[in-house]
Design a protein around this ligand. Structure first.
Ligand code: G6P
Length: 489
């Protein structure tokens, strides 16, 4: 007798994030063209072993009409994506407002916006109401697509209210929540008017994850101090129910970068860049144009370095790629002008008719161009004032196995905890210290560069995005199973 064919049962993973990993462009009333962003995080989450993944999120476009919504839903389904439609007003209050003007700066230690702190609690309240409403809309879409046994993995500060909404629908849902930003000291979190509500909602999840042990510890102490709950090494306990809280440091798909460097088009690009910058050392900054990235501080430190080291004028160039982001938020508009002003001043002061010290670009580069740039760089400089992890530092290290360049890294980036051994760590607020680190990096002997690089390279290739996604998702799966076992005993 033939043995029955056993089809492997593939559990489903529902990844929920504010943004879908696509850019959608409308081509007609019912037609869309989609481009999937192939970042490490995206392929890691969509490729978790043993799971069949779906991604639920906002497509980043306003689609007011039903025909357009239906067509987009259909096109996205082929890419394993499910859209949440948010109208312009919600996007304004929830995304621009509560997420990017309140939670984002607060979690990066930049405080609450002054106008909200002073009087207009009205706008704070409107924005928080919109935040909850948007999270409920995400929950509705998750619930409509949920099947028994699915594992749900919610991402980031946009969706802190989601775990509670989901558990209200169904307590059996396995819900994880992962924060990609820092979680600040509880003394900072305490200032948020909706502090308790957000903590309680996150605690409705079964597993709560952060990039570093410190962020996890801050979260647990916020729950202890603000909610009066008991924190244990495992997590937070509330009336016999345990929410597991732990650190899961993310990584990148390092192979993708290493493979790209071998492509002839990338090699060609590397050759061109080397010719263009021959005789000069190349420093590189790659950041979203965000105040947390400390771009003005980086520029001021570079200015200080040139001021004190006239020998290097004309012998070093800083390439700053500043990718525009959240351009509807006034703070980001102000930052753009501030950065342009500083770049203009430095180039005016130290430039010549044939060369400028800073090449500043307000746009992103395609993947291959970026790899080539990483590969020709002598010194990469990351001066984030705070940063959940900072994967630019990882990407740079992955592309440097030939050159063995130096990484200057802010001690306030999560990556400082993993790449601290090989990088030069700096306090980005201390312009003099950062300027000195530029000198140290440019003058570092080859032997020391190699030693530092090897330590970091080893870390980057051993701790990938794939491993991160698999660890988080399998732990989430097991956590709930264990909890159910306990309760069924
Ligand atoms: C950070 C956040 C992400 C966010 C990304 C880009 O990395 O942690 O959740 O998607 O910035 O920002 P945007 O507002 O354009 O989605």
């Amino acid at each position: 007798e033939e043995a029955a064919v056993v089809r492997p049962f593939r559990q489903r993973l529902l990844v929920v994030a504010n943004r879908l990993p696509v850019s959608a462009i409308r081509r007609g009333e019912d037609s869309w063209s989609l481009e999937i962003s192939a970042g490490g995080l995206v392929s890691a989450l969509l490729g978790v072993k043993e799971f069949e993944a779906r991604w639920i999120g906002w497509a980043g476009v306003n689609v007011p009409d039903e025909i357009g919504q239906k067509a987009l839903t259909k096109a996205l389904a082929e890419k394993r994506c499910i859209p949440v439609f948010l109208d312009e007003e919600i996007v304004h209050q929830y995304y621009n407002g509560y997420c990017n003007n309140i939670l984002w700066p607060l979690f990066h230690y930049l405080g609450l916006p002054q106008e909200d702190r002073l009087a207009t609690t009205r706008s704070f309240q409107t924005q928080f109401a919109a935040y909850k409403k948007a999270n409920q809309m995400f929950a509705d879409v998750v619930n409509a697509n949920y099947e028994d046994g699915d594992v749900i993995c919610c991402h980031d500060y946009h969706l802190m209210y989601l775990p509670e909404c989901l558990k209200k629908y169904n307590t059996k849902m396995k819900v994880g929540w992962f924060l990609h930003t820092p979680f600040p000291s509880s003394e900072i979190h305490r200032t948020l008017p909706s502090r308790s509500e957000l903590l309680r909602s996150v605690l409705a999840a079964d597993l709560v994850g952060f990039h570093t042990y410190d962020y996890a510890r801050h979260f647990v102490s916020a729950c202890t101090q603000i909610l009066g709950l008991e924190g244990t090494p495992e997590g937070v306990e509330d009336q016999g129910r345990m929410t597991r809280v732990a650190a899961f440091p993310i990584g990148i798909d390092s192979d993708r970068f290493i493979r790209a460097l071998k492509l002839s088009q990338v090699q060609e690009h590397i050759k061109e860049l080397k010719e263009r910058f021959a005789g000069r050392k190349v420093m590189l900054g790659v950041d979203r144009l965000d105040m947390i990235k400390g771009i003005p501080q980086k520029l001021l430190a570079f200015e200080k370095f040139l001021e004190e080291n006239p020998y290097w004028c004309g012998k070093v160039v800083l390439l700053q790629i500043a990718v525009p982001t959240r351009t509807d938020v006034p703070e980001y508009q102000k930052l753009t002008s501030q950065v342009h002003e500083i770049v203009g001043r430095i180039n005016g002061r130290f430039g010549t008719l044939t060369a400028v010290p800073i090449h500043h670009l307000d746009r992103s580069l395609n993947f291959h161009a970026l790899c080539a740039l990483y590969a020709v760089t002598d010194v990469a400089i990351v001066t984030s004032l705070r940063d959940g992890m900072n994967l630019v530092s990882y990407e740079f290290v992955a592309c440097q196995d030939a050159k063995k360049g130096v990484l200057i890294l802010s001690e306030f980036a999560g990556a400082a905890q993993s790449l601290g051994a090989g990088a030069i760590l700096v306090n980005p607020w201390n312009i003099i210290e950062v300027a000195a680190s530029i000198g140290q990096a440019l003058n570092m002997p080859a032997e020391e560069r190699e030693k530092r690089h090897c330590q970091n390279f080893h870390h980057v290739i051993m701790h990938t995005a794939q491993e991160w996604a698999e660890t988080f998702v399998s732990e989430l799966n097991d956590t709930v199973v264990e909890a159910q076992l306990r309760s069924s005993k």
